[in-house]
Ligand binder design. Structure first.
Ligand code: ATP
Ligand code: MG
Length: 260
């Protein structure tokens, strides 16, 4: 199962959510691969992986295999990224079928969950993530401007559905770094459901200083501060997400059987 963690808007909690969700799924006994597709390399850095010969871009292009590129770290597998992704972007775009390179690389690769951390841009890396994924999860801050970002994101998803991945589904939106009023959260939730047909998960991730501290210890907040409010929130969120995946996968099965 491949899940792209994406939002066009910067600083919306994509990397934090990828890492912590990955660690919760690991703790539940799942085999998890994290793919860093952001030239900022924040996901890799957050796991203390900052000196490596090959990046996710080398793998996408076909310069390297998955086993040459991936690291085992904190009980997870990670395909790392850094600024070299920016240098290779033009080379990737010049290749044929540049949107679906990751899909090709993932053929025959078997993990319970593959979580893909996208950059805050609709570039070739985000396209590759969305083109290979079953689901997209949209982390967002609980403010009004973030609704605009989510609406833009939905347009991007629609483009990908039309061009390279008809089966792509929105899993839902996750409110992160939340410390505001319940009223605003409820209003945003209603808006997303009514106007965008997007579920905002009930479980929000509260604002916590532990989340900001964890990367400097090369750890997720799940490992760094397992009793913190945000670790608890991510564990609860993972349960809600697993339930939603089961529900949406059954819907998909029903639709497929109707079509046959
Ligand atoms: N629950 C939280 N509590 C406090 N700070 C948080 C929380 N979630 C995220 N942050 C902080 O918000 C900032 C942005 O988070 P993150 O890097 O996950 O966003 P992003 O969407 O990946 O950003 P970018 O678009 O640059 O890739 C980071 O400094 C992170 O530590
Ligand atoms: Mg990020």
């Amino acid at each position: 199962m491949e899940i792209a963690i994406a939002n066009h808007k910067g600083g919306s909690g994509k990397t934090t959510t990828t890492l912590n969700l990955g660690c919760v799924l690991r703790d539940l006994g799942f085999r998890v691969l994290l793919i860093d597709l952001d030239p900022q390399g924040n996901l890799s850095y957050s796991l203390g992986v900052n000196n490596f010969p090959f990046t996710s871009a080398d793998w996408l292009i076909g310069h390297t295999t998955l086993s040459e590129t991936a690291f085992e770290v904190s009980g997870l597998h990670l395909v790392p990224a850094d600024l070299r992704l920016s240098n290779l972007e033009n080379e990737i775009m010049a290749l044929g079928n540049s949107q679906i390179l990751l899909r090709k690389r993932m053929e025959g690769v078997s993990y319970d969950f593959v979580l893909i951390d996208c950059p805050p841009a609709f570039n070739v890396y985000t396209r590759n993530a969305l083109s290979v994924s079953d689901f997209v999860l949209i982390p967002m801050l609980m403010d009004v401007l973030s609704i605009q970002g989510t609406l833009q994101m939905l347009k991007i998803i629609e483009q990908v559905r039309l061009t390279s991945n008809e089966a792509l589904k929105v899993l839902g939106a996750v409110g992160v770094a939340v410390n505001g009023s319940r009223k605003l959260s409820n209003e945003i939730s209603e808006y997303l459901a009514e106007h965008c047909n997007v579920k905002l998960f009930n479980q929000k991730i509260r604002n916590s200083v532990k989340v900001a501290e964890a990367p400097s210890h090369a750890q997720s907040v799940i490992d760094y501060a397992p009793e913190s409010s945000s670790a608890l929130d991510y564990r609860n969120l993972a349960q809600e997400i697993l339930t939603e995946i089961r529900k949406k996968s059954q819907e998909k099965l029903k639709i497929n059987s109707l079509g046959s």
